[in-house]
Design a protein around this ligand. Structure first.
Ligand code: URA
Length: 186
């Protein structure tokens, strides 16, 4: 299956209740041959309205880190664990994640990135390890099969607690070095 077919399939998905309340399925955006993929939690209001991940306040903040370290948003791929918005932005339920995760796995199979960065605890617990502790382990790199994986603070967490912003910048700088081939491999 290619990305266009997968997107179409996802757009008609009714595997969980969130499909009933979505405006748009927020499938993913960016370069289908990206070396770097970001995975967030779930669409928020602006994403649900536009169908594009990370376009609201958190997304704008994420863009500012891309600018700060010289990552071009168009060269990466951005998706979420859930493709539909949970009501009132509540945490995704395990059953919703189970219903949706195969779309993300297929996206990863198609893109075959070198680096996968989880944004926030929910994505890190799902993709890196169930007991991931974002406060202690953000910015740490893990080799998992063909991928180097890490988790950074979720931009929404930075909006709530600006003291985390310095760590986010450091984590992004290390990532940019890795992308440029200057980072130590794990
Ligand atoms: N938060 C997320 O986790 N994903 C988005 O796309 C927007 C906000």
């Amino acid at each position: 299956m290619d990305m266009t077919e997968l997107r179409a399939l996802c757009g008609t998905c009714g595997k969980c209740e969130l499909s009933k309340t979505r405006t748009n399925c927020v499938f993913g955006v960016g370069n289908e041959h990206a070396e770097l993929m970001f995975v967030g939690e779930a669409p928020g209001e602006q994403e649900d309205l536009s169908g594009i991940p990370f376009v609201g306040r958190a997304g704008k903040l994420l863009d500012s880190y891309f600018d700060a370290v010289g990552i071009d948003r168009d060269t990466v791929y951005i998706a979420n664990i859930l493709k539909c918005r949970p009501p009132h932005n509540r945490d995704p339920l395990p059953a919703e994640q189970d219903a949706c995760i195969e779309y993300l796995r297929e996206q990863v199979r198609i893109i075959r990135p070198r680096f996968i960065v989880c944004l926030g605890r929910i994505a890190a617990m799902r993709l890196i390890k169930p007991d991931f502790k974002i406060t202690q382990e953000h910015g740490k790199w893990f080799r998992k099969g063909d991928f180097e994986m890490s988790a950074f603070f979720h931009p929404s967490a930075l909006l709530r607690d600006p003291r985390k912003k310095a760590d986010m910048l450091t984590d992004m700088q290390v990532l940019a070095e890795k992308l440029n081939g200057n980072g130590e491999s794990t």
